[in-house]
Design a protein around this ligand. Structure first.
Ligand SMILES: NC(=O)c1ccc[n+]([C@@H]2O[C@H](COP(=O)([O-])OP(=O)(O)OC[C@H]3O[C@@H](n4cnc5c(N)ncnc54)[C@H](OP(=O)(O)O)[C@@H]3O)[C@@H](O)[C@H]2O)c1
Length: 197
């Protein structure tokens, strides 16, 4: 299986990258980001791009893939709806449209969030925008589209978020994970569980 990965420098993306590189069924990983994750591995190729609104200039690099893990994303805290939408919806759709055209047999996995609003009409801005993005992706003619709606993700193996306050929060609540996991098993996962298996 050949995999395209967006967001490999982030917490979820680092988890996906680790699992893909360890998985014998994954032959190649193309990590696309605005900076390199900086890892060296025979299976890994990193592509640093500047324009996340239009992937036409790198189309030649995007064919021959079976799956895409779209882990690029931001927290909505302090953001306007337009700015949050530009990253969450616009980048995901630009990437997905480019990929589906070149790889109609692809499975696309979108990392959303627990509480995303499929009605697109709720009061919570981030949930509405994630819901709009999920719905638009599900309408594209991929072989399959899967939406992953995590709540809490425990970072393992030294993986860290790009967002400082999230790292601080995990440092505080980290020791309580076994308790959360026992009480709310559906709402707690780990960066080991986000890969291809
Ligand atoms: N972590 C959690 O517990 C959790 C829980 C529920 C849902 N999620 C969802 O999972 C997704 C990933 O979260 P995360 O925790 O991995 O976030 P993160 O650690 O902050 O990483 C974000 C990733 O997105 C990239 N990115 C952000 N804005 C970008 C932009 N404008 N252009 C290009 N790349 C951009 C970052 O690249 P740079 O390195 O270049 O900044 C990084 O690779 C998000 O959609 C989030 O809502 C996360």
């Amino acid at each position: 299986m050949n995999v395209v990965l967006f967001g490999a420098t982030g917490m979820v993306g680092q988890g996906v990258l680790r699992e893909c590189l360890q998985d014998p069924s994954v032959e190649r990983v193309l990590a696309i980001g605005r900076s390199a994750a900086g890892q060296r591995h025979d299976k890994l190729r990193e592509l640093v791009v500047r324009d996340f609104a239009d992937f036409s200039s790198i189309e030649r690099d995007l064919s021959g893939y079976d799956a895409c893990f779209f882990c690029l994303g931001i927290t909505s805290a302090g953001m306007s709806e337009a700015d949050y939408r530009r990253v969450t919806y616009d980048i995901a759709m630009a990437a997905a449209r480019a990929l589906v055209k070149l790889n109609p047999g692809m499975t696309f996995i979108f990392v959303s969030g627990a509480g995303a609003d499929s009605s697109e009409k709720g009061r919570v801005m981030w949930a509405r925008v994630k819901g709009q993005t999920e719905n638009a992706l599900l309408a594209l003619p991929f072989k399959g589209v899967y939406v992953f709606r995590p709540a809490a993700i425990q970072p393992l193996h030294g993986i860290r978020s790009k967002t400082a306050w999230i790292n601080a929060a995990y440092a505080v609540v980290g020791p309580l994970y076994p308790v959360f996991k026992a009480l709310f098993p559906k709402y707690v996962t780990t960066t080991e569980m986000v890969g291809p298996r």
